[in-house]
Design a protein around this ligand. Structure first.
Ligand code: ATR
Length: 273
């Protein structure tokens, strides 16, 4: 019988996930299909019931439900526990298990480049939903220090505490100061939405150099102003689409138990930009 998967969130109509997963199912000849299901904030409980009714095999969870979804899970993996959020759920006979593939999905492009982040200093710009998974990732890799730069100080301070709790040194910087001392960090990661649609750069790139690794999780456009300027300064670049692809591949592998078809999924994703 055909297995059905979904992504839930709001807004959801521009999600790349249906195209990515359907391409992978088709490529491997699997009798599976993947749909986008808009569930507005506040309607998650009802939405999850509806998914169970159609015997959903698994689903991805995106904004605004990644944290709230935790309440409806019967079991969670270690990443979910650490981050406090889920992005991938497996349904077995109405028993829901949550995973968080954002953590390893974030790390994957770093590892693909054979970069070891152990002992590194990281400048993380942003303190929203994506930032926690990134901190958890650097914690897992035993980075040394993570400085959190954010427009709103209070949100950053919460994450400083989180980073310290998982064994990293951590402190706060405002965005202006971050631009001035950026050369002290090996990794510079943008986890704000600044750069979306090609508008804006979260910090000054003047002091970014050849030794810097600049990772922007914004993937639309592929070349954000931060990436574009950092490239001109000679930095190593990691693109947002690489994380998007890696977390999707990890969800696919959890659901199907098969290696995700990298080329087919990559071509599908890049073809959509
Ligand atoms: P998500 O859950 O997708 O990460 P979010 O929680 O709204 O979205 O977080 C967005 C991040 O981008 C935050 O760090 C936000 O900064 P604030 O905490 O100060 O709101 C940051 N951000 C969004 N627009 C920004 C802007 N124009 N300038 C600087 N930071 C911005």
């Amino acid at each position: 019988m055909t297995k059905t998967y979904a992504v839930i969130g709001d807004p959801i109509d521009h999600s790349f996930s249906p195209a990515l997963h359907n391409a992978a199912f088709l490529f491997l000849g699997l009798d599976c299909t993947y749909i986008a299901y808009r569930i507005p904030k506040g309607e998650l409980e009802y939405g999850v019931e509806a998914l169970k009714k159609i015997n959903i095999a698994g689903f991805n969870v995106t904004i605004p439900h990644k944290v709230d979804m935790m309440k409806f899970l019967d079991d969670v993996d270690n990443e979910c526990k650490v981050v406090g959020a889920t992005n991938t759920v497996v349904n077995e006979n109405d028993c829901l298990k949550g995973y968080n593939t954002d953590v390893d999905g974030f790390l994957d492009p770093i590892k693909k480049r054979n970069i070891d982040s152990k002992g590194s200093d990281v400048l993380l710009i942003g303190a929203g939903g994506a930032a926690r998974a990134i901190i958890a990732g650097f914690g897992k890799e035993k980075a040394r220090r993570i400085t959190i730069a954010n427009r709103t100080r209070e949100r950053a301070e919460e994450l400083v505490k989180f980073a310290q709790d998982i064994g990293l040194e951590s402190d706060y910087l405002d965005l202006q100061s971050a631009g001035e001392v950026v050369n002290r960090y090996r990794f510079i990661v943008n986890a704000t939405s600044v750069g979306l649609k090609g508008i804006g750069c979260p910090i000054s790139t003047r002091n970014i150099g050849k030794e810097s690794i600049v990772y922007d999780i914004v993937y639309l456009p592929v070349e954000t102003p931060l990436i574009d300027q950092s490239k001109n300064q000679g930095a190593t670049i990691i693109y947002g689409w690489e994380m998007l692809l890696a977390q999707a591949m990890k969800s696919f592998e959890i659901w199907t138990g098969k290696p995700a078809p990298y080329q087919a999924m990559k071509l599908t994703l890049l073809g959509r930009f």
